[in-house]
Design a protein around this ligand. Structure first.
Ligand SMILES: NC(=O)c1ccc[n+]([C@@H]2O[C@H](COP(=O)([O-])OP(=O)(O)OC[C@H]3O[C@@H](n4cnc5c(N)ncnc54)[C@H](O)[C@@H]3O)[C@@H](O)[C@H]2O)c1
Length: 452
């Protein structure tokens, strides 16, 4: 990635500036409406009564965002750690019903929709139980933990006719919508390659989340947390840092690749890759985990481009993530809440490499070449155009993703990220783990969402 962007920034200070036209445009991005009550602006029968299942880091963060959408009220919370149940009452009021058993929430008539932010190994069961109980569902990414979760969630979604949105918020982002528009309009010509990366260089980035001082079998419902995972003695690390073990998550593939797949699929309109090969290992965090901290993977897309992904938790440099879309006539980069397109027009002549020929041959060759290709740009190559689109300050794609979800709950119109999209993104991500495990190239049928 050094590259072109760095070059262009540097080039701005040099003569290359003359050949580069740079523009910056602010994208319209909605900022969350202010809400003093913390409960959304409740408006009579229109109010959506929300319950949270899994009130950890993301569940609490998501709930704060969801409650900024007007007409949403939190009525109940389920979690397996008492401290988090107590904290939800501290934040959202003593009248919020709390329980360790989410089935008590699903049995309540005053719950319209649930937000599921449990560890991944509970996603399928909680989502299917909720839909069968008549609730609409916002299900955090990755939609699946195991391949078998995908068809079950999709079938339950169809048979219950519920709304289910998967929580990869970028699919609702104005930045990704702009990137899609740019790609569709041919801004970078034919797409040949997408490169995406996520580099971290911190203990928390490597999932070493804090363990509360009172963590024990008294305060944590260990058996409920374990669910269908292999049974073991209580481990506070496994409970609070579950991403480090594949019994509960799917490593960096399910945690981070899935965001990169959601972005790639949304922007390109593709349903997914057909072939994957990956390599990964625990390079630095040899702390008892079994999920790799470095993962590199390559994917073939039937639309005629390749995708390369890497996640690295031992990056010695700056923490960063982003995408580079490489086309025949330019590059498109997404970094943070910005998309930058660099348009490089296709060459109008093939060029020549004649300096090793005799002087007479060089002269003759160039003379004939110039007859065929008259000089088009006397002052040099045609100008490269760089254009950046940035979301408004404070823009939150999570807010827009919740707004889209609640809108579908009210109108019963399709969501932006249904379980078919969710399975295609998470199923593609899991190919990387499968390839590492097998030491092989693996194949996938994106249309039917099956391993080939
Ligand atoms: N969209 C995003 O950008 C994003 C970011 C972070 C996490 N996530 C996803 O959110 C989910 C939660 O991640 P987290 O970081 O908040 O984890 P976390 O460990 O902080 O929270 C998970 C909570 O779920 C509870 N839980 C476990 N089993 C349960 C059950 N059966 N019933 C009710 N509660 C249960 C745990 O007690 C815990 O408090 C994961 O699937 C993760 O991939 C998404």
């Amino acid at each position: 990635m050094m590259d072109r962007r760095v070059f262009l920034q540097t080039a701005g200070k040099t003569a290359a500036l003359a050949a580069t036209a740079t523009k910056m445009t602010r994208l319209v991005g909605q900022e969350p409406e202010a809400d003093q009550s913390g409960q959304g602006s409740v408006s009579g029968s229109d109010t959506i009564r929300l319950a949270l299942i899994g009130a950890g880091i993301q569940g609490q963060g998501d709930t704060h965002t969801a409650l900024q959408v007007p007409g949403v009220k939190l009525v109940a919370v389920a979690d397996c750690y008492d401290g988090r149940l107590a904290h939800t009452k501290e934040m959202w009021g003593a009248d919020v019903f709390t329980t360790r058993d989410y089935r008590e929430i699903l049995a309540r008539k005053d719950v319209d929709a649930v937000l599921i932010a449990t560890p991944d190994h509970w996603h399928k069961q909680a989502a299917c139980d909720a839909m069968k109980a008549g609730k609409d569902v916002y299900l955090e990414k990755p939609m699946i933990h195991l391949y078998s979760d995908g068809p079950e969630i999709i079938e339950t979604w169809k048979s219950t006719n519920r709304i289910l949105q998967v929580g990869s918020q970028r699919v609702s982002s104005v930045v990704y919508a702009k990137a899609k528009e740019l790609l569709d309009s041919g801004a970078i010509g034919k797409l040949n390659m997408v490169t995406a990366r996520w580099d971290r260089n911190s203990s928390i980035g490597a999932w070493n989340y804090s363990i509360p001082l009172d963590a024990s079998t008294t305060t944590c419902d260990w058996m409920r947390f374990e669910g269908t995972a292999p049974k073991m003695d209580f481990s506070a690390e496994r409970f609070f840092q579950w991403r480090k073990w594949k019994d509960y998550g799917s490593g960096v593939a399910g945690d981070l690749f899935v965001h990169l797949f959601s972005g790639t699929h949304f922007i390109t309109g593709s349903h997914g890759p057909t072939r994957a090969m990956a390599t990964g290992a625990i390079r630095f965090w040899k702390d008892g985990r079994d999920a790799d901290d470095v993962l590199l993977a390559l994917f073939d897309y039937p639309e005629g481009f390749n995708l390369s992904l890497h996640v690295n938790f031992v990056d010695g440099g700056e923490e960063s993530e982003g995408f580079l879309f490489t086309g025949s006539e330019g590059l498109m980069e997404i970094a943070g809440n910005k998309v930058t397109v660099t348009r490089t027009p296709l060459e109008t002549e093939p060029g020549y490499t004649v300096s090793t020929f005799t002087d007479a041959m060089q002269k003759e060759y160039v003379a004939q070449y110039r007859k065929k290709y008259p000089v088009m740009h006397p002052s040099g190559a045609p100008p490269e155009e760089v254009e950046t689109f940035a979301a408004a300050r404070g823009y939150s794609d999570s807010y827009d993703h919740f707004k889209n979800f609640f809108n579908s709950v009210r109108t019963r119109k399709p969501v932006v990220e249904d379980p078919v999209f969710g399975f295609r993104a998470a199923g593609a991500a899991l190919l990387a783990n499968l390839s590492v495990e097998k030491g092989n190239v693996v194949h996938w049928k994106p249309e039917t969402m099956e391993l080939a």
